[in-house]
Design a protein around this ligand. Structure first.
Ligand code: RIB
Ligand code: CA
Length: 357
């Protein structure tokens, strides 16, 4: 009897120590206009595989790609990585009715920035995610998205995990805005939103005034950044356009990821560009958000200001504004990231030891 007590105590202490040593994993929802590989796909690679992150869901939204395409691309990339993260189809179009039909008029009115990219507005909407999957991969999917709509999932997940969920909003903010409109109670229950969006101290990309994600759905971005969310961190073009992916980095990534994912990356549009042109470079916006979630100390320079988005349909439609003085009534403060530690960023992205289980 006496011998069992110390053994039992030692076992309990060891169990407690093991339990105490287990770091809490950050719950993250990746809200994305998903593409294969760079940039949304590689952001998902880091988050889905990192032992520090509990990626509780991937929600797709129209932006770079149609939300249906986003589902197909998210499922396929998770399948080849063997990471069964739930995927949810989200908003099929932005909040402003007829936004896509007004594109020509908008271009005539607002002109264009250094990037003529209009995302999914430049392609035909697919019939379904299944149609995209079959056409792109030539076979049936081995996984399915969840039945719930992305907006419903965001609301449920935040309510079920109060003050614990980080939303990485790396596409247009339509899903987030719809969730906040439908369930305003979730705003203070979200832990934080980390956006890739906007451009505060330099020109936009789609127009001189606006960055793509927040240009695609300015009304939604305005609802999101004005909500009483405890913390908002913004990776705009201010920081994202400081870093470019070079062909050598792309080749390193091909060498370090598992073969099925490397094979997929090679067949993407961007992969073709890198394989065909050793001087090709590309911005990798959303990957900065994912890397920062793995290591917040990557941020080396930031400012905090109230921010807002111009959602009046005119010359500066979609412009993001930071107010060094006080902001307009209803605006909320956000941390605007200006610089990250580039060397450590690449060390994270290109070394699976930093993000692989
Ligand atoms: O403007 C860059 C942003 O637009 C990135 O999130 C990119 O993935 C696209 O969504
Ligand atoms: Ca994106």
């Amino acid at each position: 009897m006496h011998t069992y007590v110390p053994i039992l105590c030692a076992a309990m202490l060891a169990g407690a120590a093991a339990f105490a040593a287990e770091p809490a994993r950050q719950k993250v929802i990746l809200d994305t206009d998903m593409v294969e590989g760079f940039d949304d796909g590689v952001a998902m690679l880091l988050l889905a595989n990192s032992p520090a992150i509990d990626l509780i869901g991937v929600t797709t939204v129209a932006g770079n790609t149609w939300a249906q395409e986003g589902v197909a691309y998210a499922l396929r990339q998770l399948e080849v990585q063997g990471r069964p993260v739930p995927v949810f189809e989200g908003a099929l179009r932005p909040l402003r009715p007829g936004r896509q039909d007004m594109l020509d008029a908008e271009r005539a009115l607002c002109g264009m920035g250094h990037d003529s990219w209009v995302g999914c507005f430049g392609t035909e909407e697919p019939d379904s995610w299944q149609a995209v999957y079959r056409e792109r991969y030539g076979e049936e999917p081995s996984s399915q998205p969840d039945d719930r709509h992305a907006v419903e999932f965001i609301i449920d997940a935040v309510r079920a995990n109060p003050h614990q969920v980080t939303i990485a909003a790396v596409g247009p903010c339509t899903n987030l805005a719809l969730a906040l409109r439908q369930a305003p109670d979730i705003a203070p229950l979200i832990k934080r939103v980390v956006y890739m969006g906007g451009s505060f101290f330099k020109p936009g990309n789609v127009t001189p005034a606006a960055e793509f994600n927040w240009w695609f759905d300015p009304e939604a971005a305005r609802i999101a950044v004005r909500a009483p969310i405890p913390e908002q961190i913004v990776f705009g073009l201010d920081v994202c356009e400081k870093l470019t992916l070079k062909a050598a980095d792309f080749h390193t990534l091909l060498d370090v990821v598992d073969k099925p994912y490397a094979d997929l990356l090679r067949t993407t549009f961007l992969g073709g560009n890198f394989l065909g042109d050793p001087d090709h470079t590309f911005f990798i916006w959303d990957v900065l958000v994912a890397a920062m979630l793995l290591d917040e100390s990557l941020i080396t320079e930031e400012v905090t200001h109230p921010i807002d988005i111009n959602d009046s349909f005119g010359l500066s439609y979609g412009q993001s504004l930071a107010y060094p003085g006080h902001g307009p009534a209803g605006s909320k403060p956000a941390r605007i990231v200006l610089t990250i530690d580039e060397e450590r960023f690449w060390a994270i992205v290109l070394d699976p030891a930093s993000w692989k289980r």
